[in-house]
Design a protein around this ligand. Sequence first.
Ligand SMILES: Cc1cc2nc3c(=O)[nH]c(=O)nc-3n(C[C@H](O)[C@H](O)[C@H](O)COP(=O)(O)O)c2cc1C
Length: 173
Amino acid sequence: MEFFEVVKKRRSIRLFLERRIPEEYTKKILEAAFYSPSSMNRRPWHFIVVEDRELIKRLSQTRGGLGFLENAPLAIAVCGDEEISESWVFDASIAAEHIQLAATALGLGACWGHVLDRAHNREKSAEEYVRELLGIPENIRILCIIGIGYPAEEKSEHKKWEVMKERIHFNRF
Ligand SMILES: Cc1cc2nc3c(=O)[nH]c(=O)nc-3n(C[C@H](O)[C@H](O)[C@H](O)COP(=O)(O)O)c2cc1C
């Protein structure tokens, strides 16, 4: 798929078919993530690839906004090592978008489920919950979990007028 087609086709897909993702697709998606730019080329990313149904179900209980993960055949936790880079959030965010665009290019659907700075419940942060569930060490911070699968919903591309012309400034604000 041509780049601008991918960019326009990408929508947050939260409903997935019960169909496994071929291993080569998962590899391609991860490869795309590792081509992301990163601050000072520190490359602080870690990706936890989860296909285990029970684990994905428990990830879907991280917080309300991750409920859509329940029927996803693949979930990728996008993380960054804060000891490697203080810019890990920016670096991980770019990688998360590469993952979503790569999934779209492969005919899959994906959605970002946010973890960082969100609560699981009154006692526990969403990050702590995911950390315990996936055995992630303390220095590895968790930004989000991207749910991926064959789409079971269709969404049309954002309309042209969603390009917010009033937010584009030439030369001066
Ligand atoms: C930083 C960030 C956090 C997001 N968190 C969630 C989330 O927790 N749960 C969810 O269902 N969607 C989440 N989304 C997806 C947005 O809701 C979605 O991108 C937005 O509504 C625009 O729709 P589109 O992606 O189809 O263009 C998040 C997106 C971003 C960029």
